[in-house]
Design a binder for this molecule. Sequence first.
Ligand code: HEC
Ligand code: HEC
Length: 184
Amino acid sequence: MSKPNSNFIKLALVAAIVAIGVSLNWQSSFAASFIMQDLPPGKGVELANAKCVTCHEADLIMAQRLSKQGWTREVEKMIRWGASVNDAEKAVLVDYFSEHFAPRKAAPAVASTSADRGKLTFENKCLTCHEVDLIEQQRLGKPGWTREVEKMVRWGATVTDAEKEPLVEYLLKNYGPRPLMSKK
Ligand code: HEC
Ligand code: HEC
């Protein structure tokens, strides 16, 4: 008697899980249609809507900015998580997402600006009281340059907290420990 019972419980559990799944699906596509944040039109959008806006809304996808490699990983992850996408569809989806949700142009610009900021801070704030030779004579590691900049700030250099890190990077890059002195 216990066997059919436990089978029944298993069946009921499976049914419950399926029901929850279906209702979650329904809820999220219901919500998506109200938020009206649709995927932008383009080649592959129908496939994306059919395959990717089923378990969650489009905004979860649109919040990402990934490279082609990143989108490939993301789509593969979703496949592992249950998205039914074959190889041909995968290629279309990856192309679609990487075309519309590529990393923002600002990302590399910020990185190079950080280096530029360090140089600028150096020129404007470190070469006011003394010449560059006083700095060139020093070969310091990161902690050393951090301490040196902090010392100069105490002595009157007007380096802000935000400027400090790029400046230290700049100093480290240009006046870091000489190769012979390092442990390499
Ligand atoms: C079987 C259900 C399912 C399908 C189909 C699905 N996803 Fe997801 N996805 C999830 C779950 C679960 C999460 C995590 C949700 C959360 O964090 O709220 C998620 C999260 C995401 C995220 C947020 C970043 C992350 O990795 O957590 C992105 C981007 C994403 N999915 C893209 C896609 C794309 C592109 C497709 C179509 C290939 C897709 N999803 C199809 C279940 C799915
Ligand atoms: C307000 C003036 C002032 C500013 C601005 C300034 N320094 Fe100096 N710095 C000094 C003085 C004074 C000395 C000591 C000079 C001497 O010994 O002849 C010095 C010396 C140094 C030395 C030699 C080592 C030492 O500690 O004596 C280094 C390296 C140095 N400064 C780096 C910097 C850097 C990097 C900046 C930018 C963050 C900076 N300084 C900005 C006043 C300043």
